[in-house]
Design a protein around this ligand. Structure first.
Ligand SMILES: Cc1cc2nc3c(=O)[nH]c(=O)nc-3n(C[C@H](O)[C@H](O)[C@H](O)COP(=O)(O)O)c2cc1C
Length: 241
């Protein structure tokens, strides 16, 4: 009896799997279509926009940190390959230094290689709780070695070892990764610092365009876009949502 039931279950699952899947996808599509937010938490007017976009960026970032706290500094970084095909991933903004935005990564990773071949980059912040988005376009250059070393050594030793153990973006087995970590842990685990790997460090982004987006009711969102000219002067304009 039990065996028959199991077999019946098996046939049932086999024959109904596709219908079940179709049902799940139909349901998802309906859910996606029905997802709709009427943004109304704030507004952005010209009078709120200083001449220097970094001032407004700093204000929005501080408000995001206050409201969201963890991962308020997460941003999506887009790079392109030699044929212009884009690729995106999230990283953490770690500093704003002399009007440059800094994040840290492996220079031999997919993004690291792409940025060294083509420094054009786009950064995107989405602060849902504030209904705000910021887009930053610009050029990325390697940060100074001193800056990268100082940040690398400010991290807990486990994170330093983790970074050194990972050949980021390359094929690896889990076993190899754990072994790499263990080897380095045996060597440096009792210390507070280990040497920074040569191919790990910061990228410093110099923006040429910064767009501030504030969600508004009925899709009439506020968008203020800043662009810098060849003399280093920022101008701003409102663009349609
Ligand atoms: C919230 C979040 C923050 C992350 N921060 C970083 C970071 O600061 N640096 C980094 O190299 N990877 C970070 N990652 C991992 C990247 O998204 C990505 O997987 C990794 O950098 C490899 O990307 P690539 O193969 O495109 O170069 C983060 C991932 C998430 C989800």
């Amino acid at each position: 009896m039990n065996e028959n039931l199991t077999r019946l279950n098996f046939y049932f699952l086999q024959s109904f799997n596709f219908e079940l899947l179709a049902f799940i996808f139909d349901d998802m599509e309906k859910n996606l279509t029905d997802l709709r937010e009427n943004y109304k938490r704030g507004e952005l007017n010209e009078k709120d926009c200083p001449t220097d976009p970094f001032e407004l960026f700093g204000k929005w970032m501080n408000e995001a940190i206050d409201v969201i706290q963890e991962d308020a500094n997460a941003m999506t970084v887009s790079t392109v390959d030699s044929q212009g095909r884009p690729s995106s991933r999230n990283v953490l903004l770690k500093a704003v230094h002399e009007n440059k935005l800094i994040f840290y990564t492996h220079y031999e990773s997919k993004k690291g290689r792409q940025l060294q071949a083509n420094p054009h980059i786009c950064l995107l912040f989405w602060w849902k709780e504030l209904e705000r988005q910021v887009r930053i376009e610009g050029l990325a250059r390697k940060a100074s070695k001193e800056m990268s070393e100082a940040y690398f050594h400010s991290r807990p030793i486990g994170s330093q070892i983790g970074s050194a153990a990972s050949p980021q973006s390359q094929e690896v087995t889990k076993k190899q990764l754990i072994q790499n970590f263990k080897n380095l842990e045996a060597q440096y685990g009792q210390q507070s610092q280990m040497p920074k790997p040569e191919d790990w460090g910061g990228f410093a982004i110099t923006p040429s365009l910064i767009e501030f987006w504030q969600g508004r009711p009925n899709r009439l969102h506020d968008r203020i876009e800043y662009q810098i000219d060849e003399n280093g002067t920022w101008s701003r304009r409102r663009i349609a949502p």
